[in-house]
Write a protein that binds this ligand. Structure first.
Ligand code: NAD
Length: 332
């Protein structure tokens, strides 16, 4: 199939070219993000491959369908950037990569927890400047602390397993209980109980209408003072302004983010010579107890390889008229 890829980087091109040796599709890689302004670049392509910050709203869906696209292959697990009502109305099939390495995201989550706790980001800069003072670097034993895991699907379950290895108590919250998490010793509680009792709160649920701004000023107000909050899931789960207020007051003691609600204009590009126009994001960067990574939690060799393989298999199966179970529908 002729497939046009939006928002590509060099690592996308190499992993897809490599995996495509087994599929033989005609792949064209573009750097721009998919939007109403760029959708005309997909004219004549039956397949469109999109990433997390490509916006597939109704204007884009209609344009793609009009131009002959039949399949949108997401090279991501999340699909909150797709208007599924619009794609369905336009007759577009949407497929995704539901699992490529839950370990990649779970391990990055734990990396943020450890780095924030032991202030590795500050120690790294100090030592390079010949400053070996420990003042301000005091951490805490994770052993015996309570970690709240919101969403115990594929990634949350791996997080529970790793965190239990540190000797932490784990509180979990998910509308669907995970037997593996319970067997590992996690205790399922309500959301208010989880946020009220946890020393560390980590988010692993999808961004849906009912999880948008799950962490708002009310939630921040119910947390233990000095709590550590980690979000490697989707930016929209956290009301950034509420969290900034929490950081300023000391209600939040540590913040680790791999995702940000307005990340579309920032992440996956080198803006180091430009002035950041997003004042909310710029404020976040000023806190000594905040670590932000630019949506890199998924980024391991294993995950990148699996993303390419599953995406191309999704495309091949669509061409053969077969279903893979990776189709995204409104009820997914
Ligand atoms: P998953 O579908 O396996 O698990 C999500 C879990 O969240 C499910 O068990 C579901 O029941 C639960 N859930 C749904 N609504 C909830 C709610 N209101 N409160 C608590 N739990 C709720 O998904 P996954 O593979 O574990 O991925 C989790 C999220 O991680 C994805 O939705 C995606 O947004 C994000 N993600 C981020 C990266 C990254 O690079 N930062 C990479 C992959 C995935």
């Amino acid at each position: 199939m002729r497939v046009v890829f939006f928002s590509t980087q060099s690592y996308d091109r190499s992993s897809f070219v490599d995996a495509n040796r087994r599929h033989g599709h005609d792949l064209v890689f573009l750097e721009p993000r998919l939007s109403a302004e760029t959708s005309s670049l997909a004219a004549g392509f039956r397949g469109v491959c999109a990433f997390v910050n490509d916006r597939i709203d109704s204007a884009v869906a209609e344009a793609l369908a009009r131009q002959g696209t039949a399949l949108i292959a997401l090279r991501s697990a999340g699909f909150n950037h797709v208007d599924l009502v619009a794609t369905e109305r336009s007759g577009l099939t949407v497929v995704r990569v539901p699992a490529y390495s839950p370990h990649a995201v779970a391990e990055h989550t734990v990396a943020l927890i450890l780095a924030l706790n032991r202030r590795i980001h500050r120690a790294y800069s100090r030592v390079r400047e010949g400053n070996f003072a420990l003042e301000g670097l005091l951490g805490f034993d994770l052993h015996g602390r309570t970690v709240g895991v919101v969403g115990t699907g594929r990634i949350g379950t791996v997080v529970v397993g790793i965190i239990r290895g540190f000797g932490c108590h784990v509180l979990a919250m998910d509308p669907v209980r995970g037997p593996e998490c319970e067997a590992a010793g996690a205790t399922y509680v309500s959301f208010p109980e989880l946020i009220g009792q946890s020393d560390v709160i980590t988010l692993h649920c999808p961004l849906l209408r009912d999880t948008y701004h799950l962490i708002d000023s009310d939630a921040v107000g119910r947390m233990k003072r000095g709590v550590m909050l980690i979000n490697t899931s989707r930016g929209g789960l956290v009301d950034t302004r509420a969290v900034i207020a929490g950081l300023k007051s000391g209600a939040i003691g540590y913040l680790g983010l791999d995702v940000y609600e307005e990340e579309g204009d920032l992440f996956f590009q080198d803006l180091s010579t430009r002035v950041i126009q997003d004042d909310v994001f710029a404020r976040l960067l000023t806190f000594p107890n905040v670590i932000i990574t630019g949506h890199q939690a998924f980024f391991t060799a294993e995950a990148v390889r699996n993303i390419a393989e599953t995406t191309l298999e999704n495309i091949s199966a669509f061409e053969r008229g077969e279903r893979t179970g990776n189709e995204v529908t409104r009820s997914a």
